[in-house]
Design a protein around this ligand. Structure first.
Ligand code: C2E
Ligand code: MG
Ligand code: MG
Length: 652
C-alpha cells in the first residue's frame, strides 16, 4: 500500500506522442516567461538592493552574468531540457545572491519556495531537481566558506545569520528536499492534468472530425448523404447559372431489393449496396455526384450539359452497369434499377422540387416495368397532384361510408350453380359517382390507407357471409382481395380471426385473394402470416395467376387452396381459331397436379366457358354470368340461380 503510494508519488508521467506538440509549445513559451522573470529579478533583486546595501558589484555583476548566460543559452537550447535545467540553476543562484545581498540577514526559504514554484510552471521535474540540488550544494559551499571566514568581494560570506554547522546545512537540505517533493508533486499533477486535457482535446477534435464526416456521409457506403448532397447541389446550381449549363438529378431505386434483404439477409443486402455504390462511383465523371439517400435509393447528379439528349447514353450506361451477376458472399445475384430524371433548370430551379420530381419520374419507371429510366414531365406532376387529392378524399369517403362491396358470383361450370362470390370494392363518390378500384386502390396502397380500408373489407366480407348464411344459403363462400401491402400489417391474421369469431361464421366460407407479388415482396413474413391464416381454416386463393413471377417452387411453399387464372389467358381463347392456348392449358394442368382448385376469371363468352369446361377447369367468374353486383342483387341472383328458400329457410 505504502509502496504503491510512494511509487505513484515518484513516477513521473511519460508524455505520450499525441501531447508532445502541446508540451513543446508550452516549454518554448515557459522559457520566455522564465527569462523575463530572470531579467526582472536581476534588476530588482540585485540592482535595487545593491544600491541600498552597497553590494553593487557582487549582486549586480553576479546576477548580470547569470542572466547573460541564460539569455545566450536560450538561443541554443530553447525548449529543451538543458534550457530548463539551466534556468533551474540560474534561479537558485539568484536566491543565493539574494541571501548574500542581504548579507544573510533574511532567511530566504520562502523565496526559494517561490522560485521553485515558478519553475513548476515548466511542467517539468528536471528544473526543480536541479534547482534543489543547486540550493543544497550552495548551502554546503557557503557553509564551508562561512566556517572558514572566507570573504567574497570584500564581504564575509554568510549563509546563515545564526551561525553555521553541518547540522544546519542538513536541516536546510531536508527543507529543500521537502519543498522539492511538494513542488515535484504539483508538477506531476500539472503534467497529468495537461496530458489528460490534451487527450480529451484530441478526442473532441477526433470526434468532431468523425462527426462532421458522419454527418455528411452515409456510414455503409461512405457516399455523401442527403445533407451533403443538398450542399453540393447548391454549388451545382451556382455553377449551372454562371456557365448557363444544365444538370440532371437522377433518382435511382433498386428493383426488388427488399426481396434480397428478406431472403438472403441484411448482410448480403449491405454488401450489395456497397458494391452498387462502388460501381456507380466508377461510372460517373469526376464532377458528377453520387449519393445515397436511403435504403436502396441513390441520387446521381450529372452536371454540365446543354442538350438533355446528351445524357441519355449515360442513363443507359448506368442501367447496363447493373446487368451482370453480382457476386456477394458466394451468392450470384441479378439486379436492376429504375431511374427517374429531372433537369435543372427546365423542370425546376428549386433543389427540393428537383429531387421530388426525379422521385416521381422514378415511380413512373417502376410502374412501366422497372429496369428503365423515365424523365419527369408536367403531366406526371399533374397526375401526382390528382393522386394526392384522391388520397386525401379517401379519408373523408371512409368516414362518410362511401365505400361498399360488390359481389361477383363464382360458378361451378359443371352444375352452373353459384358456389360463392368475390367481394370487389366500389367507391360510391358523392360527386363523381361510382369509382372502380383500379382508380384508387394503388393510391391507397401507396399511402398506406389500404391498411385501414383493408381491415374494413375483411370485416365487411365476414358480415356479408353471415348475412348470406342467415338468409339460408348454405355453403356459399365469399373471397376478398388482400393487397400485398396489407401483409405489412402485423395484425392481419388477428383481424381475420376476429372477423370470423365475431360473426360466428364457418372460416372455410371466407377466402382471401392474394397476388403473386406477395411472394416476391415479403417472402419470409408473408409465408408466416399465410400459414397462420390457413390454419384458421380460411381459404387462400392465388389471384391473377400467371401474370407474376411465381415459380413452381414458390407455389409449393405457399399454403394455397386455389389458383385463379388471369383474364388475359382467358382472352386468348378464340371463338374462330381452334388453336390451343398452351399457357392456359399448362396452368390448369399445374393446378390439378398440385391439387389446387382452379378458377378462371374474366369469362365473357360462352365459348370461353365451354373451352374451360373441356380442359377440366372447374370454376369460373366473369361477365358471361354476371358483373360484380350490389349485395341485394347478389341475393336475388342466388335465389334465382341456385334455388329458392322454403319456409324453413332451406334451399330447394
Ligand atoms: P381482381 O381481384 O382480379 O378482380 C377481378 C376484376 O376483373 C374485377 O374488376 C372485375 O370486375 C373484373 N372482371 C370480372 N369479370 C370480368 C369480365 O368478364 N370482363 C372484364 N373485362 N372484367 C371482369 P374490379 O372490380 O374493377 O377490380 C379490379 C381490381 O381491383 C381487382 O382485380 C383487385 O385487384 C382490385 N380490387 C378490387 N377490390 C379490391 C379490394 O377489396 N381490395 C383490394 N386490395 N383490391 C381490390
Ligand atoms: Mg381478385
Ligand atoms: Mg384477378
Amino acid at each position: 500500500m505504502i509502496h504503491t503510494t510512494l511509487d505513484n508519488f515518484f513516477r513521473f508521467p511519460k508524455i505520450p506522442q499525441f501531447a508532445q506538440k502541446n508540451f513543446t509549445d508550452h516549454f518554448l513559451h515557459a522559457d520566455k516567461v522564465m527569462l523575463v522573470l530572470i531579467v526582472i529579478q536581476w534588476i530588482i533583486a540585485t540592482f535595487v538592493t545593491s544600491l541600498s546595501y552597497d553590494t553593487y558589484l557582487y549582486g549586480f555583476v553576479g546576477g548580470g552574468l547569470i542572466t547573460l548566460v541564460l539569455l545566450m543559452a536560450y538561443r541554443t537550447f530553447k525548449g529543451t531540457q538543458v534550457m530548463r535545467a539551466l534556468v533551474g540553476v540560474g534561479m537558485m543562484l539568484f536566491s543565493l545572491i539574494y541571501i548574500q545581498q542581504h548579507l544573510g540577514r533574511i532567511e530566504m526559504h520562502f523565496h526559494v519556495f517561490i522560485a521553485l514554484a515558478i519553475l513548476s510552471l515548466y511542467k517539468d521535474i528536471i528544473p526543480i531537481v536541479v534547482a534543489a540540488a543547486t540550493t543544497i550544494l550552495h548551502h554546503f559551499v557557503f557553509n564551508f566558506l562561512q566556517l572558514h571566514e572566507v570573504s567574497l568581494f570584500g564581504m564575509p560570506v554568510m549563509v546563515f545569520n545564526y551561525g553555521c554547522g553541518i547540522d544546519i546545512v542538513l536541516l536546510h537540505g531536508i527543507f529543500v528536499i521537502a519543498e522539492t517533493l511538494v513542488i515535484g508533486y504539483i508538477v506531476k499533477l500539472q503534467v497529468e492534468y495537461a496530458i489528460e486535457l490534451n487527450r480529451s482535446e484530441n478526442k473532441v477534435m477526433g470526434l468532431n472530425e468523425e462527426l462532421s464526416f458522419a454527418s455528411l456521409h452515409d456510414s455503409l457506403t461512405g457516399l455523401p448523404n442527403r445533407h451533403s448532397l443538398y450542399t453540393q447541389l447548391k454549388l451545382m446550381v451556382a455553377n449551372a447559372n454562371r456557365y448557363d449549363r444544365k444538370f440532371a438529378v437522377l433518382f435511382l431505386d433498386l428493383d426488388h431489393f427488399k426481396n434480397i434483404n428478406d431472403t438472403l439477409g441484411h448482410n448480403v443486402g449491405d454488401e450489395l449496396l456497397k458494391s452498387v455504390a462502388d460501381k456507380l462511383k466508377s461510372i460517373i465523371r469526376e464532377n458528377d455526384i453520387v449519393a445515397r439517400i436511403g435504403g436502396d435509393e441513390f441520387i446521381i447528379v450529372l452536371s454540365d450539359f446543354i442538350e438533355t439528349t446528351t445524357i441519355e447514353p449515360v442513363l443507359s450506361k448506368i442501367l447496363n452497369a447493373f446487368h451482370h451477376e453480382w457476386s456477394i458472399q458466394s451468392h450470384f445475384l441479378r439486379l436492376s434499377t429504375s431511374i427517374g430524371v429531372s433537369i435543372y433548370p427546365d423542370d425546376s430551379k428549386e433543389i427540393n422540387e428537383l429531387m421530388k420530381f426525379a422521385d416521381i419520374a422514378m415511380y413512373k419507371a417502376k410502374g412501366e416495368g422497372r429496369d428503365q429510366f423515365s424523365f419527369f414531365t408536367t403531366t406526371l406532376n399533374n397526375k401526382v397532384h390528382e393522386e394526392v387529392a384522391i388520397a386525401n378524399d379517401m379519408h373523408r369517403a371512409f368516414e362518410e361510408e362511401e365505400f361498399e362491396l360488390y359481389y361477383q358470383p363464382k360458378i361451378h361450370i359443371e352444375s352452373g350453380k353459384i358456389i360463392g362470390a368475390e367481394a370487389l370494392l366500389r367507391w360510391n363518390h358523392y360527386e363523381k359517382g361510382m369509382i372502380a378500384p383500379d382508380h384508387f386502390i394503388y393510391i391507397a396502397e401507396n399511402t398506406g390507407f389500404i391498411l385501414k380500408l383493408g381491415t374494413w373489407i375483411i370485416e365487411e366480407t365476414a358480415r356479408a357471409i353471415k348475412r348470406i348464411q342467415d338468409a339460408g344459403y348454405k355453403g356459399i363462400h365469399v373471397s376478398c382481395n388482400v393487397s400485398t401491402r396489407q401483409f405489412q400489417n402485423l395484425n392481419l391474421y388477428g383481424e381475420i380471426k376476429e372477423a370470423v369469431r365475431i360473426n360466428r361464421i364457418d372460416p372455410s366460407l371466407l377466402a382471401i385473394e392474394i397476388t403473386e407479388s406477395v411472394m416476391l415482396d415479403y417472402l419470409e413474413v408473408t409465408l408466416e402470416i399465410l400459414k397462420k391464416i390457413k390454419a384458421l381454416g380460411v381459404y387462400i386463393c392465388m389471384d391473377d395467376f400467371g401474370t407474376g413471377y411465381s415459380s413452381l417452387s414458390y407455389l409449393r411453399q405457399f399454403p394455397i387452396d386455389s389458383l385463379k387464372i388471369d383474364k388475359s389467358f382467358v382472352d386468348d381463347i378464340s371463338c374462330t381459331q381452334k388453336n390451343e392456348t398452351i399457357l392456359l392449358n399448362t396452368i390448369i394442368a399445374m393446378g390439378q397436379t398440385l391439387n389446387l382448385r382452379v378458377i378462371a376469371e374474366g369469362v365473357e363468352e360462352e365459348y370461353q366457358m365451354e373451352y374451360l369446361k373441356e380442359r377440366g377447369c372447374e370454376f369460373y367468374q366473369g361477365y358471361y354470368f354476371s358483373k360484380p353486383i350490389p349485395e341485394k342483387a347478389f341475393f336475388e341472383l342466388l335465389q334465382k340461380n341456385n334455388g329458392v328458400i322454403n319456409a324453413d329457410g332451406e334451399l330447394i
